[in-house]
Ligand binder design. Structure first.
Ligand code: HEC
Length: 480
């Protein structure tokens, strides 16, 4: 099937290129493109997505940290979730404030402005025009609930997401991207980094029909210009259901500088307005590097298994509030659409430019045995702003920032410095479906052809390897 994918052609930079050497005053910086996939004309569900990109150029006042900072539990331990519950609800309120009534068009927020990362318009998974959503991980059968399946016998449902940075975070994005044609990755690498007070939130949606998952009753739905399935690239405007909200908070009281937390949608609570059905799953501040078993790994959850041996993830123990969920490797924190063999901080501490290591041991050419010394490289505790590989610059735990820099290289630098209209219309194409065997392998996360395929071997000048920064991989996905 041929569906024309109209992509916006933004000739960004042309003016500046023309004015080089001339007497004309320098043109004001061009805007970053808003999105890559333009929904076809029709009854528009909402105004087109606009990238919030007026990044603050003055440091926000460090004495005006978000008020919820005062709610941090006195001791950063996981012995009593009640304090974390209060704290997380205060963070949730901070993220909701002024955003719910404007459908998260965050630059119109009357209480405080939020900002988006540039350069996520680019590529096959880039932003679409309705809500700025990027395509993320596939949803495995049974991952959300026992009755949750597939859109066709061989394909997968999919995740779409969009993230927002508060003014402290927006300032740091602006420092990296001050020069739109020469980003400065050192702004987030030690001794620099995201400012104390940075708050990032990210909304995640699935195209799984709400009837397949008990906790997706009374759904909060957005429209998005999305693919037919994870595998089939043809797009149309369809609805997606809110499943998860992630948060990341830069706070020097966190042992390594960041707290990562997540909320899961529970429509059975039937709260008015819907968004309040996002309930805390948990929060983490470390990877528990000494714990190497897999006893509590739980890829197709019928109950939430809390690992009492972990000390650096705190998980919501109330099954009346939190629907059965799989968490991450051996019970470390992860959300419902995340990989059950990973954790928030395991992936995020690898954020660097260039991406010299994969985000997870699973995504390497030869995945090491689960729990081995090599595997545990991804479950150490790394300090914020310290690069995962000595030769790279840290993106200070922000994978969106790392992606923006990588996309800029692909969509600008490698094109000889001529920007870079986003890619021309892509023909509709299909990724090979997963074989049932391969899928089981993915669940067990044994070394697989999959990971081999996912590891792109794109040489850069110093002979190193740059890894694609993907939320997850499918075992039979061919290398791009
Ligand atoms: C398998 C790796 C992986 C895991 C596990 C993971 N993330 Fe991410 N995360 C990503 C990638 C890749 C992005 C960037 C893509 C995007 O958001 O468009 C991202 C983006 C984000 C962002 C937006 C800010 C940024 O620049 O990184 C936040 C906040 C976030 N994740 C929080 C979390 C939390 C909280 C968890 C655990 C509940 C989690 N993530 C688990 C890979 C992961």
């Amino acid at each position: 099937m041929k569906t024309p994918l109209v992509r916006v052609l933004v000739l960004f930079g042309t003016l500046q290129l023309l004015s080089i050497g001339g007497a004309a005053p320098p043109a004001p910086p061009q805007k970053f493109p808003d999105y890559g996939f333009q929904a076809p004309p029709g009854p528009s569900p909402s105004p087109n997505f606009v990238l919030s990109q007026d990044y603050p150029t003055k440091k926000p006042d460090p004495s005006k940290l978000p008020a919820f900072f005062a709610k941090l539990p006195k001791a950063v331990t996981n012995t009593d979730f009640a304090g974390w519950h209060d704290y997380m609800m205060a963070v949730r309120d901070y993220c909701f404030e002024g955003n719910l009534e404007i459908d998260w068009r965050v630059q119109e927020n009357k209480v405080r402005k939020w900002y988006h990362i540039p350069w996520q318009h680019y590529g096959d998974t880039g932003r679409e025009s309705v809500h700025g959503l990027t395509k993320e991980a596939p949803v495995q059968p049974g991952q959300l609930a026992a009755g949750q399946g597939r859109p066709t016998p061989t394909e997968n449902y999919q995740t779409y997401a969009v993230g927002f940075f508060n003014d402290f975070g927006g300032y740091s994005i602006g420092q990296v991207w001050k020069n739109h044609f020469a980003p400065d990755a050192s702004a987030t690498t030690t001794p620099n980094g995201f400012l104390e007070g940075t708050v990032i939130s990210k909304l995640l949606f699935v195209d799984v029909p709400s009837e397949q998952v008990p906790s997706l009753v009374n759904p909060v739905q957005w429209m998005g210009y999305i693919q037919k399935t994870y595998q089939e690239f043809a797009r149309s405007v369809r609805s997606v259901n809110l499943i998860q909200m992630d948060i990341a908070i830069k706070d020097r009281r966190a042992p390594d500088g960041w707290f990562f937390g997540t909320f899961q949608y529970n429509g059975q609570l039937a709260n008015k307005g819907g968004w309040e059905n996002l309930v805390p799953v948990g929060i983490m501040w470390g990877n528990d590097p000494t714990i190497t078993d897999s006893t509590y790994t739980n890829p197709t959850p019928t109950e939430t298994k809390i690992n009492p041996n972990l000390k650096e993830s705190a998980i919501n123990p109330n099954p009346k509030e939190l629907p059965p969920t799989h968490l991450g490797w051996n019970g470390r924190l992860n959300g419902p659409v995340d990989n059950p063999q990973s954790s928030c901080m395991s992936c995020h501490m690898t954020a660097e430019y260039p991406a010299l290591s994969a985000m997870s041991p699973l995504f390497t050419a030869k995945p090491p045995p689960v729990g081995s010394k090599d595997w545990m490289r991804w479950f150490q505790n790394e300090k914020c702003a310290v690069p995962f590989d000595a030769k790279a610059k840290s993106s200070d735990f922000s994978l969106q920032l790392a992606i923006s820099l990588q996309n800029f290289d692909a969509g600008y630098t490698k094109l000889g410095g001529i920007y870079a209209a986003p890619p021309q219309p892509t023909p509709s194409k299909k990724i090979a479906p997963m074989s049932p065997g391969a899928e089981l392998q993915m669940r067990a996360m044994a070394p697989s052809e999959a990971a081999k395929a996912a590891k792109e071997t794109e040489p850069v000048s110093d002979g190193e390897i740059i890894h694609p920064i993907l939320r997850d991989v499918l075992p039979t996905e061919p290398p791009k």
